[in-house]
Ligand binder design. Structure first.
Ligand code: BJW
Ligand code: ZN
Length: 269
């Protein structure tokens, strides 16, 4: 059961009990172009920690000590150690029913996924759905990937799941092109998102008639503005989150519940 909620705003919000679920399912069924904006909550049921909240990564670590260019400049070994811990944790995790339901939506309705997550689980779910032929839908990883490395000095980058030895600065990965230190291929606070990826994300969000937002606290910009782009262009927003967020009042329907429980029911058939 999905517990009731105050529902969404814009004058036509619905409570998230069964009527809310039915209304949201109808919106998705009737949609012609869907974008899905996801955050850490989608991967919570796979065992990947979220950032904010009681169990979140920021409870024990200050973002400015670990997820900024200044932090890496100050202590690359410490930052790599934290990222290596997360890479090995995520390496053990598998897609959950929420990832699978979204991968099926990508195949069935060509829904595009714009994710803030760096864990690679949406891509893995899409592979496992076993889509025959070409999948037209896009998956944009707005904040990069834990499994990419890039050079701090030149444009070299690569995909790698090899463990990183963060026991000393000398053993950290270095660029094969220019010898400079390599860094995790993620987007830290104060850094610009890849321009092409960001432009494409806003183009997709503003040309969609439905934006499904799942498992994000919707406080980190510019990703948090993607659902606004859909709404401004006349589309509807449907939210799935156990907690209210700054987007709840914008949503036509806001369903309170976990992604792994709600999405398979919302997106079935
Ligand atoms: C469940 C669930 C379940 C639980 N089912 N749900 C405008 C205004 C104000 C500030 C800014 C602004 N523009 C830029 C800024 C600054 C900053 C920012 O937004 N700060 C705010 C926090 C105040 N933004 C930036 O710095 C960005 N850069 C930028 O804009 O640069 C401009 C620039 C231009 C030109 C030149 C130079 C600069 C970059 C942001 C990068 C964010 N990076 C991180 C780390 C990535 C790498 C890593 O993983 O280590 O990205 S921070 C972290 O937050 C991570 C996430 O992707 C991101 C969003 O978090 P998310 O996914 O929402 O997770 P949580 O934990 O917050 O929420 C989980 C949710 O799930 C909760 O709601 C739960 O209820 C829910 N949940 N269980 C469903 N089972
Ligand atoms: Zn280099």
């Amino acid at each position: 059961m999905i517990p009731p909620t105050e529902g969404g705003g814009r004058g036509h919000g619905r409570p998230a009990g069964e009527p809310g679920l039915a209304r949201a399912a109808e919106l998705i069924r009737d949609a012609r172009r869907i974008v899905v904006v996801t955050g850490a909550g989608v991967s919570a049921e796979s065992g990947v920690p979220t950032f904010r909240g009681r169990e979140g990564l920021w409870r024990d670590h200050r973002p400015e000590d670990l997820a900024t260019p200044a932090a890496f400049h100050r202590d690359p070994r410490l930052v790599w150690e934290w990222y290596e811990w997360r890479r090995s944790l995520v390496g053990e995790c598998s897609p959950n029913p929420a990832h699978r339901a979204l991968a099926e939506l990508q195949v069935r309705k060509e829904a595009d996924i714009l994710t803030q997550n760096v864990d690679g689980l949406h891509a893995l779910a899409l592979e496992r759905v076993g889509a025959d032929g070409v999948v037209e839908a896009r998956l944009l990883e707005l904040h990069g990937s834990l499994f990419r490395l890039r050079c701090t000095a030149c444009s070299w980058e690569t995909s790698s799941r090899e463990p990183v030895d963060a026991s000393s600065e000398a053993t950290l990965p270095h660029c094969p092109e220019c010898g400079a230190l390599a860094r995790p291929g993620v987007v830290w606070f104060g850094e610009a998102l890849d321009r092409g990826v960001l432009e494409e994300a806003f183009r997709l969000a503003s040309s969609a008639d439905t934006c499904l937002v799942v498992g994000t606290s919707a406080v980190v910009q510019p990703a948090a503005s993607l659902p606004l782009a859909t709404a401004r262009a006349g589309g509807v927003v449907v939210e799935v989150n156990p907690e209210p967020t700054p987007l709840t009042n914008l949503a036509a329907v806001s369903l309170r519940g976990s992604a792994g429980e709600v999405l398979p029911r919302l997106l079935e058939g």
